[in-house]
Design a protein around this ligand. Structure first.
Ligand code: FES
Ligand code: FES
Length: 187
């Protein structure tokens, strides 16, 4: 596929690697990741921004990749679930280990989105971004303590049709308590 009035080359980095796919101007980031870059971890659940199965990190911030046009992320750093391990043969990310240890899934369809969302959420809380349920006594800019309710609120954009929510929250709590997740992207 070459560039023309409907297609452009879009340089970007995915999981630390440079790519320059030629994309249809109407293509979403999710479709480009899955169909052109063979990264099928991010899932298409609703394709309408309602389920969170397609969540990836864009420059360290969570985003529903089904709602983002690929041409809008030119020059960005994208992290998908495939990038959480760092190296391809690296050990699982602490969040992935916690999900396994807590048995925090059944079918696993929502899990890539839950993991990317949890990673972004941990960085947001650590940076002091308040949520709807944050105690007003917490000073702005200070890390927000991650109570069960805080995690539930911050992951409320990620649906799980299997209802694994209690264990997902426990896995994220374990990871936050261990304090072994740094940054919002690939380690
Ligand atoms: S597939 Fe993107 S939010 Fe559901
Ligand atoms: S584990 Fe099945 S949708 Fe969440």
């Amino acid at each position: 596929m070459g560039t023309d009035v409907f297609h452009s080359e879009v340089p970007l980095r995915v999981n630390g690697r440079p790519h320059s796919p030629v994309v249809d101007h109407r293509a979403t980031l999710l479709d480009v990741l899955r169909e052109q870059l063979d990264l099928t971890g991010a899932k298409k659940g609703c394709d309408h921004g309602q389920c969170g199965a397609c969540t990836v990190l864009v420059d360290g911030r969570r985003a529903n990749s089904c709602l983002l046009l690929a041409v809008a992320v030119e020059g960005c750093d994208i992290t998908t679930v495939e990038g959480l391990r760092g190296a391809e043969d690296g050990p699982p990310h602490p969040l992935q280990r916690a999900f396994v240890e807590r048995d925090a899934f059944q079918c696993g369809y929502c899990t890539p989105g839950q993991l990317c969302s949890a990673l972004g959420m941990l960085a947001e809380a650590r940076a002091g971004h308040a949520s709807h349920v944050t105690d007003p006594q917490v000073k702005g800019g200070e890390p927000v303590p991650l109570s069960r309710q805080e995690i539930q609120e911050r992951l409320s954009g990620n649906l799980c049709r299997c209802g694994a929510y209690p264990r997902i929250v426990e896995a994220v709590q374990d990871t936050a308590a261990a304090g072994d997740v740094e940054g919002g992207g690939v380690r």
